[in-house]
Design a protein around this ligand. Structure first.
Ligand code: ZN
Length: 166
C-alpha cells in the first residue's frame, strides 16, 4: 500500500503535457497500483499520474465502486452540456461550477496493453474529462468563465496550502 504525495496547484508537473506510455511493463503496473492506493483515501474519485509527479498518460477513477484505469486515453466523442460543482485534489478545499460535455466516449488501453472503451454520462463523464485534461496539463479552473476563474485564483493565493507550497 503506497499512498503518494499529491502535487498541488503551482507545481510545474501539473502544467506539463504528459508523455504517452510506450512500455507496458511491470513499472506501469506498479504506477497504476500506486494511483489506486492513493485514490483509496475516502472522498477521492479520480487521480492522474501527473498529480503524483509522474508525467505519463495514465489515470484511475473510482465512483462508488465504478472503478477503472486508462493508459493513453483519448476522448473520441463528446456531446451535450452539463454544469456542476467540480473540485480537484491538486486544488484542495475549492469547488466551482464547471461546464463539461454531458456524454463522452473515451478510448485507450489498460495496463496490459488491451484496448478499452468506456461510454459515460453524468458524473463519470465529468470525471473522465477532468482526468484526461490533467494529462494535457489542463486544470479544471481553465474551464471556468473569466470572473469565476479570477475568484478561484484569488482563493488559491489566500489558501494556507498554497503559501505552504511557496
Ligand atoms: Zn484534478
Amino acid at each position: 500500500m503506497t499512498v503518494r504525495e499529491i502535487r498541488v496547484f503551482g507545481d510545474p508537473v501539473l502544467r506539463t503535457p504528459a508523455d504517452p506510455v510506450r512500455d507496458f511493463s511491470v513499472r506501469l503496473q506498479a504506477l497504476v497500483a500506486d494511483l489506486f492506493d492513493t485514490l483509496s483515501v475516502p472522498g477521492r474519485v479520480g487521480l492522474a499520474a501527473p498529480q503524483i509527479g509522474v508525467s505519463l498518460r495514465v489515470f484511475v477513477y473510482d465512483l462508488d465502486g465504478d472503478r477503472g484505469h486508462f493508459v493513453n486515453p483519448t476522448v473520441v466523442s463528446a456531446s451535450g452540456e452539463q454544469l456542476d460543482e467540480e473540485g480537484c485534489l491538486s486544488v484542495p478545499g475549492l469547488q466551482y461550477p464547471t461546464p463539461r460535455a454531458a456524454d463522452v466516449v473515451v478510448s485507450g488501453y489498460d495496463m496490459n496493453g488491451e484496448p478499452i472503451t468506456v461510454e459515460a454520462t453524468g458524473l463519470l463523464a465529468r470525471c473522465l474529462q477532468h482526468e484526461t485534461d490533467h494529462l494535457d496539463g489542463t486544470i479544471y479552473l481553465d474551464r471556468l468563465d473569466r470572473d469565476l476563474r479570477r475568484q478561484a485564483l484569488r482563493a488559491i493565493r489566500e489558501s494556507a496550502w498554497r503559501s505552504a507550497a511557496g
